[in-house]
Design a protein around this ligand. Structure first.
Ligand code: FAD
Length: 415
């Protein structure tokens, strides 16, 4: 495929990261072909909460000791789950994960998550303006709730941490919670309120809209599984059912990226961290804000056509099916925050694979030995939030321009 006036780029993976990257690379003047084994936007990007979660800067390893991790992972009601069958596969990853729990490592992960998140909403505004899609963006505000009065200090610590990282929020009491969000349970103690919190109205429709614009502008989509990527002289050979040559390739295959890298002599500790959603019919439920439970680590998101409850962090790999009791847990816990959900019917149940590295940071980098192979995966809980900014950084890297932020923390060889 080389030989056009424009340089050719293959983007592997049509999740939110790949679709945003394909569009931005196209806008930067490359001839882009987007590959996915399934239709666009049907991986982890399909069923997320739609939260542009600029406020989520704590890595998964925060507050983890070996003891607390084991306790959480074996408890049936824990938001963190580790199916026993996965323990052996994950042993090395878990060791690396626990190494990330040191105070120094947590602080550097936080700084690096914050650096991307700080740019995230503005990047989305630029992308959405470009595709006439600003109607997807809303600013509902976000309420992080505590039920237990005894957890007041936790909220104060979180408030201090947010302020330290330049994120605006305030501590509010139960009366103020009720006033902001009358649908919530009476027995909530306190919350942090983030007025400047954004979301998109429907994450799947958003992917579809960006993808349509990419196609309208001359982009090509190939619904094919990429089985290998190899350097061949000055070009990159990509194999599906046939072989194709490109000037450059970007790997955005989410939780599946590790397999493609194995052929390229690069090993990264990437795992599939499974998350679940329960979509409730809206009926007479008029939820205005994004809501999260600090104690049980789940989110409730008012989307365009449903109330979506998301949560669970399950290290279950790519092959295991969804575990039914996780949906039940999300239903019960969300009804404890919004009583009307107890009698609401669910519209859909879904499980997706977050691409997760032990330090909760993505890889945004060139392959160390093949600079024309670029990498953008591992966005864990924040792939939607960081999709547009990742795409902008990728373009800067590909054009050898100065990047908006220091990209060293997202290097492929940091492990
Ligand atoms: C329950 C849940 C809630 C979430 N909520 C939020 C939220 O509110 N805000 C937020 O920012 N993030 C959220 N996330 C995280 C976010 O959804 C992910 O980080 C993001 O979707 C990852 O995007 P991606 O493009 O990297 O991967 P994916 O969307 O998984 O896309 C990867 C694509 O690569 C394709 N692929 C893989 N291998 C190959 C191959 N060999 N050949 C061809 N194609 C291939 C797959 O088919 C897939 O379509 C949530 C995640 C979950 C599970």
């Amino acid at each position: 495929m080389s030989g056009h006036n424009k340089q050719t780029v293959a983007v592997v993976g049509a999740g939110v990261v790949g679709i945003c990257s394909a569009l931005e690379l196209q806008r930067a003047g490359y001839q882009v072909t987007l590959f996915d084994k399934t239709p666009p936007g049907e991986g982890a990007s399909y069923g997320n909460a739609g939260f542009l979660a600029r406020q989520l800067i704590s890595p998964l390893a925060e507050n983890m000791s070996v003891f607390s991790a084991i306790k959480m992972w074996i408890s049936p009601n824990s938001p963190l789950c580790l199916p026993p069958s996965q323990l052996i596969n994950l042993a090395t990853w878990l060791v690396r994960f626990m190494q990330q729990a040191s105070k120094k490592n947590i602080e550097s992960s936080k700084r690096a998550i914050n650096a991307l998140n700080e740019l995230s909403v503005e990047s989305w505004k630029r992308l959405l303006t470009d595709i006439d899609g600003l109607h997807f963006l809303h600013k509902p505000g976000y309420i992080l709730l505590w039920k237990s009065k005894n957890k007041m200090q936790d909220a104060k610590n979180e408030l201090d941490m947010m302020q330290h990282h330049g994120i605006k929020c305030k501590l509010i009491n139960s009366e103020k919670i009720k006033k902001l969000e009358p649908e919530l349970d009476e027995n909530l103690s306190h919350a942090l309120y983030f007025e400047d919190a954004y979301q998109v109205s429907d994450p799947y429709k958003l992917c579809q809209a960006i993808f349509s614009k990419f196609i309208e502008r001359g982009g090509v989509f190939a619904q094919q599984e990429v089985v290998s990527i190899k350097q061949q002289d000055d070009t990159i050979c990509l194999t599906t059912s046939k072989k194709m040559l490109f000037d450059k390739v970007v790997i955005c295959a989410g939780a599946w990226s590790k397999k493609l890298l194995n052929h390229l002599g690069l090993s990264v500790p990437l795992v599939a961290e499974r998350g679940y959603h329960v979509d409730f019919q809206k009926n007479n439920l008029n939820l205005k804000h994004l809501i999260a439970s600090a104690e049980n680590r789940f989110f409730i998101s008012p989307l365009e056509s449903s109330i979506r409850v998301v949560g669970i962090s399950e290290l279950g790999g790519l092959k295991l099916g969804a575990i039914k009791k996780r949906f039940k847990l999300l239903k019960n816990q969300s009804a404890g925050i919004i009583p009307k959900l107890r009698s609401s019917k669910h519209k859909s149940l879904w499980m997706g694979h977050r691409p997760t590295l032990p330090d909760s940071l993505p890889v945004i980098d060139c392959h160390p030995n093949h600079p024309n192979i670029m990498l953008a995966f591992g966005h864990q809980h924040l792939g939607l939030t960081q999709g547009a900014v990742t795409a902008e950084i990728l373009v800067q890297m590909m054009k050898n321009e100065k990047t908006s932020i220091d990209t060293k923390p997202y290097s492929a060889t940091r492990f």
